[in-house]
Design a protein around this ligand. Structure first.
Ligand SMILES: N[C@@H](CCC(=O)N[C@@H](CS)C(=O)NCC(=O)O)C(=O)O
Length: 219
């Protein structure tokens, strides 16, 4: 399978983790989002939204949107499962995943930061404040849920990795890379993050381990 990715992308990191957990071979094609590779005509034909990830699996149409891709992979390759068995626990795992993937992450993507810079003329300090606000709000919200929910276990929902852990790990990785935030500042989320990072699928697909890592990328 061919995965269009970018080293620092939270959404692409989610898919890399899921594929690695399931032992699926990935041919990675790196786009440089800061250089605008996502707007090239050949990529536009695959992903008109101009974002990563895009997954090509065989001859069918491209797959887009990381959470949809995670569920596609989970249905096609069910072992190990990325959702709990019990109905309400499945909804909880999806809800935790969406707290970071849909309620925090969209505010900090390159096209939003570019709009703040080029259309609203916010300087770097103001843009950094914006990123800090949304990343920290997401971290605080998921910590509060995890700390008070009786279903929290070794991982976000019980003792198996789910989509919630994948999204949490990608979120806290961004907070660490962008802001230097220590995941352990959030005791429950930080503990789960540390447990995830002991798993090779998480550790090996970390942004800083990617072949397209850029040492000096700006916010
Ligand atoms: N909701 C989408 C988010 C996709 C997205 O915004 N990806 C970012 C990188 S994490 C991107 O490609 N941004 C390009 C841009 O903003 O120009 C998903 O989960 O796949």
């Amino acid at each position: 399978m061919k995965l269009f990715t970018y080293w620092r992308s939270q959404a692409a990191f989610r898919v890399r983790i899921a594929m690695a957990l399931k032992g699926l071979a990935m041919e990675k094609v790196s786009l440089d989002l800061l250089a605008g590779d996502q707007f090239a005509a050949d990529y536009h034909a695959l992903n008109p939204e101009g974002v990563v990830p895009t997954l090509i699996d065989g001859e069918g149409p491209p797959l887009t949107q990381s959470l949809a891709i995670l569920e596609y992979l989970d249905e096609k390759y069910p072992d190990p499962p990325l959702l709990p068995k019990e109905l309400r626990a499945r909804a909880h795992a999806r809800a935790l995943a969406q707290m970071v993937a849909m309620d925090a992450h969209p505010f900090i993507v390159p096209r939003v930061r570019k709009y703040l810079e080029e259309e609203l003329h916010l300087d770097e300090a103001a843009r950094a404040k914006w990123v800090r606000h949304w990343l920290d709000a997401g971290s605080r919200a998921i910590e509060e849920v995890l700390a008070h929910d009786s279903r929290t276990g070794r991982f976000c929902v019980g003792d198996q990795v789910t989509v919630a852990d994948i999204c949490l790990a990608a979120h806290l990785t961004s907070a660490k890379m962008f802001l230097g935030r220590d995941p352990m500042a959030h005791p429950t989320a930080g503990r789960i993050y540390a447990t995830c990072m002991e798993i090779p699928a998480f550790a090996n697909e970390h942004p800083l381990k990617q072949p397209d890592v850029q040492a000096q990328a700006k916010i």
